[in-house]
Design a binder for this molecule. Structure first.
Ligand code: NAI
Length: 729
């Protein structure tokens, strides 16, 4: 006999003839389970009944599972984004309420097992950790982990408290909490948060029942930390081994974050260490307090915006024109097997696409292919790929010098030298061989797409696909629509980018598109500060402390000083042709002297703002201080940081004003993933809109900067009007 509750409950209660109760998580009003009011009300009722029936001696054990594709999706992020500092008291109480329920479950006095049928991240994993045993199925790409830190949060539903008690401080922090690793079930088992893995859904509930039956008569049921004599694995923070390891932690963290003020890792560390010294209930309250402080603060809101909502908006196809069927490519031609072409070939081949990799010489084409071989070798060495898989991927790349091999390609991606004439020539050569349906893409980083399109026979099918270096690591691809580019070509380009596992943003044609334009303003501020006499170490540290993964002078070395001279020269030519004159660019004299007088062209030349010794990390070239730094300059750190952030944000606003970019999500994601705008800000638009006082506050501060540092910080009339009307991007 099975007795069930209402089918429409978010936590269904079924008891079978053996006395095994199954709690099935199944929110009736959503496609995934989240920690909303329906969940907590239903869980409360289920626990009331469970406690009654356990007291009556009717329950052998409990299985917790889910009827959704994923086990449980975690917290309700929409609700989390609304929580304000003044809501802290209410929020804390709600968190404690949900945690109190899980505490009741783990102290029910009968064995409780989590049957994890699909992905269990964040709150989902926290429910599973409140169970006494965890079995996961490995058949649908299930992921297990605590991604909270990547959203500026911590696992505040008991995740810190329980993982520390299961694994010890060191393993819990390093393997799960501080980096938000998402692991497949087997890996999760190896790292201690899963106990058993089964291969198919059919095996899951039988395995869970078998575990309950095997433990139904145990003398001691429950969590290890609720038993007498429980000791924290690896010892408490006063243990000599941990005492040696823990003090280094905040310092390492600071180093890893380069001094940037990410509140979440520090809160996680505090919650874990403070919690490790007290009983489980006190630890859980400490965790709730830290969680509340993160959830009510600004950083989590910004990070949730970018890393959850914006990414979701983009991956769900918001930038893709409507009414066009999804497409895939089987065979892609890559023209030019240099740094970018080789990387693009790798990205395609690893996603199952055949690649024709064409260059002018057989050596160059082979060299491009060997780039993929090297990357794959590393994976094989690390045990992340089999030798057979390596062979299969490599086998997909055909290096060639013969354009005839391009026959049958669904798309070509051109990545030859940055020269409009050469690009026209290789497209003409390719078009003779390609089917007349092939998508024509250029990876140009600076040349206007509309002009390049004039040289092909089908400008409607021509589009910019701007990859970032190194292609295998950089997730972003900026798609540039030319004047003639058709909606169909845009849809197909988005499909290609998604097929190779990258994130597309869409922009309209403009010199420097979106990303390079905005990036250029960071570089300009960096060299302007050199010109003003600021010490290079201060220039760089201000950036990393503001959360930039790479500071401006290091980045300028990376892209090379000569390239910026070239881009500047081209922009001046274009302006002159239009009868205009570009405004003086601060810092350009520094670049000219660095290159002209001192021969310091950048990283590739081994000499830029930094020296690059063979036997160690880069160091500042002493000449920068000698020739440019002034002892009596003292610009406040906050102003330097704001100059970077505001220069980039104001340029972002300008690209909206000019219609180059149209989506706030695309600007946030493009600025973070393409050009290293500090992730903790949530991206360039979120930075403006989330600024204290909103866009109006941003405008006020921009005017202050304009007064102190020059008219480039003056907000445009368009932006001021937007701020005054309260309109959002
Ligand atoms: P690269 O100099 O490493 O490679 C260019 C390759 O094109 C060379 O292997 C060359 O032999 C080949 N090539 C020249 N003429 C050819 C022809 N007629 N047929 C076939 N191949 C030919 O240059 P890189 O850095 O890979 O840049 C390529 C393109 O990507 C440029 O348009 C550049 O602006 C753009 N880009 C570069 C980025 C970077 O970070 N380097 C980032 C984004 C775009």
């Amino acid at each position: 006999m099975t007795t069930s509750t209402d089918q429409a409950s978010a936590v269904r209660y079924d008891k079978d003839a053996d006395g095994i109760v199954t709690l099935t998580l199944d929110d009736p009003e959503a496609s995934a389970n989240t920690m909303n009011e329906r969940y907590s009300a239903a869980m409360g009722e289920a626990l009331d009944r469970l406690e009654r029936e356990v007291a009556d001696g009717d329950v052998k054990g409990v299985v917790v599972t889910s009827a959704k594709k994923t086990f449980f999706a975690g917290g309700d992020l929409h609700a989390l984004q609304q929580v304000q500092p003044e809501d802290a008291g209410r929020f804390f109480a709600e968190v404690e309420g949900i945690k109190g329920q899980l505490r009741r479950l783990e102290q029910i006095g009968r064995p409780v097992v989590a049957a994890i049928n699909g992905t269990a991240l964040g709150g989902g994993l926290e429910i599973a950790l409140a169970c006494h045993h965890r079995i996961a199925v490995d058949d649908r790409g299930t992921k297990i982990g605590f991604p909270e830190v990547t959203l500026g949060l911590l696992p505040g539903g008991g995740g810190v408290t329980r993982s520390v008690r299961m694994l010890g401080l060191q393993d819990a922090l390093m393997n799960w909490l501080l980096q938000g690793q998402q692991r497949a079930p087997q890996e999760a088992k190896d790292k201690g948060l899963v106990d058993e893995v089964v291969a198919s859904q059919d095996e899951l509930l039988p395995a869970a029942r078998a575990w309950v039956l095997a433990h139904a008569d145990d003398d001691e049921v429950g969590q290890p930390w609720d038993r007498k004599g429980y000791k924290l694995p690896g010892g408490t923070p006063s243990n000599p081994k941990l005492a040696a390891f823990l003090p280094a932690f905040p310092a390492n963290l600071r180093k890893q974050l380069k001094g940037a003020a990410y509140p979440a890792p520090r809160a996680i560390l505090s919650a874990a260490v403070e919690g490790a010294q007290v009983d489980v209930d006190t630890a859980s309250r400490i965790e709730s307090r830290w969680f509340t402080s993160l959830a009510t603060g600004p950083t989590a809101k910004s990070m949730i915006q970018a890393f959850f909502f914006d990414l979701q908006e983009i991956s769900s196809g918001a930038l893709r024109p409507d009414g066009i069927d999804k497409t895939t490519v089987d065979r892609v031609g890559v023209l030019g097997a240099g740094m970018m072409g080789a990387g693009i070939a790798y990205a395609c081949a690893t996603r199952g696409i055949d690649v024709v990799l064409k260059d002018v010489s057989a050596e160059a084409a082979e060299k491009g292919k060997s780039y993929t071989a090297k990357l794959l070798d590393k994976k094989v060495e690390k045990g992340r790929m089999t030798a057979e898989a390596r062979e299969e991927i490599l086998g997909r790349i055909t290096p060639t010098t013969d354009a005839a091999d391009l026959a049958g390609c669904d798309a070509v991606i051109e990545a030859v030298f940055e020269d409009a004439g050469l690009k026209a020539k290789v497209f003409a050569e390719a078009e003779e061989q390609l089917p007349d349906t092939a998508l024509l893409c250029s990876n140009t980083s600076t040349l206007p797409i509309t002009e390049l399109a004039e040289n092909v026979s089908r400008p409607r099918d021509f589009i910019g696909l701007h990859f970032f270096s190194p292609v295998d690591k950089m997730k972003l691809v900026e798609i540039i629509k030319g004047k003639e580019t058709s909606d169909e070509a845009l849809a197909r380009a988005i499909d290609v980018v998604q097929q190779i596992g990258k994130i597309p943003i869409v922009v309209n044609d403009s010199r420097g598109f979106y990303t390079s334009r905005v990036f250029g303003t960071l570089i300009t501020e960096g060299v302007a500060l050199v010109e003003e006499g600021v010490d290079p170490a201060t220039i760089e540290r201000a950036a990393t402390m503001a959360g930039f993964p790479a500071p401006p002078l290091a980045m300028l070395d990376e892209v090379s000083l000569t390239l910026t001279q070239h881009i500047r020269g081209e922009a001046e030519k274009a302006a002159a042709a239009a009868g205009q004159q570009l405004p003086e660019q601060p810092g350009s004299a520094v670049v000219d002297r660095m290159v002209g007088e001192f021969g310091r062209k950048g990283r590739a030349a081994g000499a830029g703002f930094y020296d690059y010794p063979d036997d160690g990390p880069k160091v500042f070239w002493p000449g920068v201080r000698e020739h440019f730094t002034k002892a009596d300059v003292d610009i406040p750190l906050r102003d330097i940081q704001d100059r970077y952030l505001f220069a980039m944000a104001l340029e972002t606003a300008k690209t909206f004003e000019e219609g180059v970019i149209e989506s706030a999500a695309a600007a946030n994601i493009g600025s973070i993933f393409g050009i290293g705008f500090p992730p903790l800000t949530g991206g360039a638009v979120q930075f403006m809109q989330g600024y204290p006082g909103g866009l109006a506050g941003f405008v006020t501060r921009a005017r202050e900067l304009a007064k102190a540092y020059g008219p480039r910080f003056e907000p445009s009339e368009w932006l001021v009007a937007k701020a005054e009307s309260g309109e959002r991007f």
